[in-house]
Design a protein around this ligand. Structure first.
Ligand code: ZN
Length: 412
């Protein structure tokens, strides 16, 4: 077993030890690992992520300072430290370990903050925490309860922050399983070890935990609750503590400021202004739909007036450079409704092309088949019914000629 120095002193950032075994670079991750007789490095476990830092080799022949990139708990309870190193260090080498203090401080703030928050949800609403996630991006707890209101979230946040402001002592205690039975732990411990490590937040929370924690709740700084979402077993509550909460609030503020500047308004007016803009967009869209409808009707009338009748039917072939699929589809509908014996071969062409082939009801051709044939030639895709078909081609070139080719066939 590796002696875990952080069990007793989570503020120990520097320590001395010895390499007891070397794990050669595995084929999977390609990194060398070392076991130490004692360590202050926290391995990923219990929801808390691992420390990073450095291991300096106290070897006269090879005094390297190696980066510790990951720390993992082995199945036998020992701790593996993965290193950034070209060659594995030698077994038996004396080392000096250095924990990355900023990362450790962040983890202590998040993890102690989680204990306070979980206890607040129990005290206020009897909602137990069933899991805890800590990541670089966000932290969250899952609450086992069918409902969670915004008001409850705010109440829990308020109580949690009161506990932070009271700066209650946080103590580490070691007890036997038997002793633990009568102490009223927030959560039954998952281990069957004889000795339990408890984190005691004075008169507020007592939990079995192997994590690194602050000495007083004041060191958590603050607890900010954020997104809540429904998950299978209940509700997930995202939160950020301490410096992370400040960074998150800073990020939120910058985002809101950017949005407010777009409206030349105050950040608190952003929702109202977004709502107003959406309403305006909806109104503009509606009016543009009406105008497009009118335009299609006028254009259809003009095309019909210009068209000549050959063999009892009118054939309209037209490529638009300034219209889109929606418009030519609308135009095709207007044309075939206004005129009984009509075939329309329409395209909207800029960088890519959209095609609509349509005929009045009762006409003898198959628009779907004709369109497929044309698009095969143009390298596009599409389809439809006998009377109306639409599709697209990747280019504009050749569209006019392809329509003309079909028109020539329909004229004979
Ligand atoms: Zn814990």
């Amino acid at each position: 077993m590796t002696e875990r120095l952080y069990y007793h002193d989570p503020f120990l950032y520097e320590f001395e030890g010895q390499i007891t075994e070397v794990v050669p670079a595995a084929e999977i991750n390609g990194r060398h690992g070392v076991f130490l007789d004692r360590t202050a490095f926290y391995p990923t476990s219990g929801g808390q992520v691992h420390d990073t830092g450095w291991i300096s080799l106290e070897s006269p022949s090879d005094p390297a300072k190696l980066r510790v990139t990951e720390v993992v708990e082995a199945e036998d309870g020992r701790v593996v430290h993965y290193l950034e190193a070209d060659k594995p260090p030698e077994r038996g080498t004396r080392i000096r370990g250095l924990i990355d203090p900023a990362r450790r401080r962040d983890h202590m703030q998040q993890h102690s903050g989680q204990h306070v928050l979980s206890a607040a949800f129990i005290r206020l609403f009897d909602m137990p925490t069933v899991s805890f996630h800590m990541g670089g991006d966000y932290c969250s707890i899952d609450l086992e309860n069918p409902a969670l209101s915004a008001q409850q979230v705010e109440q829990a946040e308020l109580l949690a922050n009161q506990i932070v402001q009271e700066n209650r002592p946080v103590e580490i205690k070691f007890v036997t399983q038997e002793e633990a039975q009568n102490l009223g732990l927030r959560k039954a411990p998952r281990t069957d070890k004889d000795e339990l490590r408890l984190i005691d937040i004075q008169e507020f929370d007592l939990s079995a935990c192997g994590g690194t924690h602050v000495r007083g709740t004041g060191q958590i700084g603050c607890i900010l609750l954020r997104k809540t979402e429904r998950v299978r077993q209940g509700w997930r509550v995202e939160f950020a503590c301490g410096q992370r909460a400040v960074s998150t609030a800073r990020h939120d503020f910058n985002t809101l400021t950017e949005a407010a500047a777009l409206f030349s308004g105050h950040i608190w007016d952003v929702p109202q202004q977004v709502r107003k803009s959406l309403e305006e967009i909806r109104a503009v869209r509606k009016s543009s739909e009406h105008l497009l409808e009118e335009l299609a009707e006028l254009q259809a009338a003009r095309l019909l007036a210009e068209a000549t009748t050959v063999g009892g039917r009118k054939l309209i072939v037209r490529v638009f450079s300034d219209r889109d699929l929606t418009f030519i589809r609308l135009l095709a509908q207007k044309l075939t409704h206004l005129e009984a014996n009509l075939v329309a071969l329409l395209a909207a062409s800029s960088e890519q092309s959209s095609l609509v082939f349509a005929q009045s009801e009762g006409m003898p051709f198959d628009m779907g088949a004709l369109l497929k044939e044309t698009l095969n030639e143009l390298g596009g895709r599409g389809g439809g019914s006998r009377d109306m078909a639409q599709g697209g081609a990747p280019r504009a070139a050749g569209v006019e000629a392809a329509l003309e080719k079909i028109a020539t066939r329909l004229r004979t």
